[in-house]
Design a protein around this ligand. Sequence first.
Ligand SMILES: [Zn+2]
Length: 423
Amino acid sequence: MAYFCDLKRMENKIKTFSKFGDAGHGGITRYALSKEDEMARDEFVKRMTAIGAKIEVDDLANMYATIEGSDPKAKRIVMGSHCDSVKNGGNYDGILGVMSAMEVLETVVEKKIPHKHPLTAMIWTNEEGSLYPPAIMTSGMVVYDYLPDNIKPSVEYNKMMASVNVLDGKTTYKEALSKFKYVGPKSNRLSRDKYVCNFETHIEQGPILEDAGNEIGVVDCVLGMFNYRLEFHGQTTHAGTFPMNKRRDALYAASLALIELHKKVDELGHPELVYTTGEIVCHPDVHTCVPDYVNFSLDVRHEDPKVLAKVLSIVKSFDGKEFAKCTCKVVPMWNRDTVYWDKNLVKFVKESCEELGVKHQYIHSGAGHDAQFVSYMLPTTMVFVQSKKGLSHCEEEYSDPKHCMLGASVMLNAVLKADKYYE
Ligand SMILES: [Zn+2]
């Protein structure tokens, strides 16, 4: 038997949570560990307590609401996401996963759906890292012991606690955490001892589902990616006095390199490959000076490591090359391999879509999520909900309430299949 969640209750949650951090023009600014974050957690506690869930908090302010199952010895099945946002973000990124987990618990209690395992709805702290970088911070800390050695340094506990508020330039993450309303013992953290598998529902944040006319995405992996910076060294001279043919303009050199890079990468002909230059540093960044130094970021993502390797060899071929009399230096930043979700859980999500008659397709996740870290500790998968026009990390971010309800319903039925599958 397949169960649906409640559209009205889901809509009510979306409306209510959109108030916490309402920026006044349709979206929210809800930084981690802020007053607005606290308000969202208050609402979570209120609604989860109302259905008889037990509330726990760990030392990193991650929150857990659990309803018991019929087997007192069984481990918990967890569903979670984050409730923080970027500056002037939307009402769905992250919080939809929390609301979907709440909706699953509420439906199970309301319809008295039998289940053996305890079910937990969870909030991860500081996924966006908007105020305290990096992104996906606390899930990384919680699963630290299971991470590959090359990833560990990026989420090391002491380093994270020393992360400084980007707005005031002085408050550390540790200080903010010590003042936050919801902090508990480390023993409450997600662990293999207490939990058996993990689900995360999230908005797609891209246009693929909408363009294909599908409501839900059965996510199979998070794309592998690499990050490089390309540096260009030139000479600063006066904008009015120095002739063009003698200049070593680092910004012009960087532009030529970027265009050549695009041309060469596009010639590879991989339609699913995505690559982005989103950040540029220009020195001295003064309108009367020819720039003497420029570097730009390059973020490249694809499922297949062989395709990434081909792009990487193009990128590396730029090292030492001259553009407009400036030398290019290629500097590696970091990389991650494609993370595949648990095959059984992916199958449960797919079967649930079929049983509910939901329009769906397989899809990769191009963005990183808490689930990606959790997958190093527990069998994990994700459910994607269609995003209107693919917009995200902006106030126009929108998902149809019906699709949100269907996402929660798909997760509910997949959770019930996992409940039968695991001991
Ligand atoms: Zn998110």
